[in-house]
Design a protein around this ligand. Sequence first.
Ligand code: ZN
Length: 148
Amino acid sequence: MSDGLQDLYQEVIFDHNRNPRHAGRLEGANRSAQGFNPLCGDKVTLYLHLDDAGVIRDIRFEGSGCAISVASTSLMTDALIGKTVQEAQALFARFHDMMMGADVDEENLGKLQALSGVKEFPSRIKCATLGWHALHAALKEGGQVSTE
Ligand code: ZN
């Protein structure tokens, strides 16, 4: 990866950590889940408004955690609004594959590519996937999820 691209990715993570998108509670949410990553202490509560057609109309999150967990959840919320449950799960699978170092077409991941460097730091992968695990729980039946 070129240094220029690396810098761009770091800038995206910095920006989303400093100014998280879709932060706060969601009035009228019909799905929610909490995620916790005990290794790092990251916590996130995710709120979704899923319509009758299975489309994610809105999404918000609250939490506290490291820059990677906050930036990843913020980038995730940006990527998910307007997506169907199936599309969201497919995106989660692609993101997870990228984190596991699988050969994925990163073009399909849009801005989520900014987190590709995290795979070089295995202890931080759970930070980057925490919001996604909360999403998975919220789409199933809600509740609490831990990365452990
Ligand atoms: Zn973390």
